[in-house]
Design a protein around this ligand. Structure first.
Ligand SMILES: CC(C)(COP(=O)(O)OP(=O)(O)OC[C@H]1O[C@@H](n2cnc3c(N)ncnc32)[C@H](O)[C@@H]1OP(=O)(O)O)[C@@H](O)C(=O)NCCC(=O)NCCS
Length: 160
């Protein structure tokens, strides 16, 4: 694995209720703000981390535990002006650490941006396992399906 990390002034913390407006503003920049639907019934703040830079929320990552050994990621977004500084990576690492500590083995992620799919594969041990049709407009407007990826958390931090 490579070792980029320029985001030293960023703190990754559990999300708080008071963060919700800023979280929604971050998600909106990626067309991932809350739309009640079967695809995204609610955003669970108890299972989310925020990236905070000088007090401001610049990124958010969520997850959902599905069973004793399965979980999925829900959302991940970083403000466009702060992307490519390692903040997304810190958020992703934090939720993988959290789930690995809970004993979860298989983590599933749905992604639509080709560069993000490759990012998950290159840095976090994911492999593509299939596709799912999008149920409504969410994420990239011109991509109609999710690419489903899985990673084995028992190998996380052990060299993948
Ligand atoms: C995906 C996303 C969260 C990544 O956030 P990010 O903060 O930009 O992520 P990182 O900075 O950790 O890594 C992104 C890229 O920047 C590069 N990078 C990181 N720090 C860097 C630095 N200091 N200088 C140059 N490049 C850097 C990384 O190498 C990586 O590129 P790579 O895939 O070619 O290796 C962000 O692009 C985003 O919000 N996208 C829209 C929503 C989305 O697709 N979410 C995922 C849904 S599943």
């Amino acid at each position: 694995m490579d070792s980029f990390d320029n985001a030293t002034s960023v703190l990754i913390e559990p999300a708080r209720q008071a963060d919700l407006p800023e979280i929604m503003a971050v998600l909106k920049t990626a067309n991932m703000h809350h739309i009640p639907s079967p695809e995204m019934p609610e955003f669970d703040l108890a299972c989310a981390f925020v990236a905070r830079m000088t007090g401001r929320v610049v990124g958010v990552a969520g997850y959902k535990v599905l069973s004793a050994d399965e979980a999925k990621t829900t959302l991940l977004a970083v403000l466009p002006e702060t992307r490519r500084n390692g903040i997304g990576r810190k958020l992703q690492e934090r939720r993988m650490d959290e789930l690995a500590a809970l004993g979860v083995r298989t983590l599933t992620t749905n992604a639509d941006r080709p560069d993000t799919i490759v990012w998950y594969e290159n840095h976090f041990g994911y492999v593509r396992v299939g596709t799912l049709p999008k149920l409504h407009s969410f994420g990239l407007e011109n991509v109609s399906e999710w690419t489903t990826l899985e990673t084995d958390l028992t190998r996380w931090r052990k060299g993948l």
